[in-house]
Design a protein. Structure first.
Length: 224
């Protein structure tokens, strides 16, 4: 590792401008807290200098890694992957015009980046995991008129997620073989009256955009 006395002085006098709090520093490296997200990292002074040439702060991909390591340690790798996947799916739905759900979700993604999602949602996820275990969790917006944002996220089993949705959306089932059409005021009612009460399976077929029993196309409609 190479000494960098100039950089050491620079960081000591400019740490506020580059949004960090110094925990420990010598002429080789620095341990600091990123004040944008709260991650704690150790970098060589030379790598900090390189980063600061590109952007005005030290909030980088390594910040996400800091949080992911904690999550993996507190829960496990499978849960970490699920928690990250919820972020990716939500972002995909809201920000990718090619996503099948884009029209319904456009402009509903309000997190600046993954670390903001972690800071506002990880404790909720951990609690949900304590309560429901591996039980098929899903990410849900508490108020469906609002977006994926702080204080509007919860993690619940699919079945509860579906209940929340159905308060808002009536539903339609089309048999693609016989062309039979069933309309219903809610997913639960449709399930109870026509599909042996299997409302979680129906809900999953909607979420995953696939046919139910290879026959039924189920989708939410609009109150008329
Ligand atoms: Zn950061």
């Amino acid at each position: 590792m190479r000494k960098n006395i100039t950089m050491c002085k620079y960081i000591k006098s400019n740490y506020k401008n580059i949004n960090i709090e110094i925990i420990d520093i010598d002429e080789y490296s620095c341990t600091y807290k990123c004040l944008i997200c709260g991650a704690i990292k150790t970098n060589t002074l030379n790598s900090m200098r390189r980063q600061l040439k590109e952007t005005s702060n030290l909030h980088t991909e390594a910040c996400s890694k800091y949080f992911n390591d904690i999550i993996k340690c507190e829960l496990n790798e499978k849960q970490l992957n699920q928690f990250r996947a919820f972020y990716r799916y939500a972002k995909e739905r809201c920000c990718n015009p090619n996503s099948k759900d884009y029209i319904r979700y456009k402009d509903k993604f309000k997190f600046n980046d993954y670390t903001e999602y972690v800071n506002s949602c990880y404790n909720l996820y951990k609690k949900a995991y304590d309560i429901y275990g591996e039980n098929n969790l899903s990410v849900d917006r508490i108020d469906n008129s609002k977006g994926y944002e702080k204080d509007n996220i919860r993690f619940v089993p699919m079945s509860i997620n579906a209940e929340n949705k159905e308060k808002i959306y009536p539903v339609m089932a089309v048999n693609i073989i016989t062309k039979e059409i069933i309309e219903s005021k809610s997913l639960t009612r449709l399930a109870n009256e026509y599909f042996d009460g299997k409302h979680t399976s129906l809900y999953q077929s909607i979420e995953q955009n696939r046919l139910y029993l290879n026959t039924w196309k189920i989708f939410y409609t609009i109150e008329t």
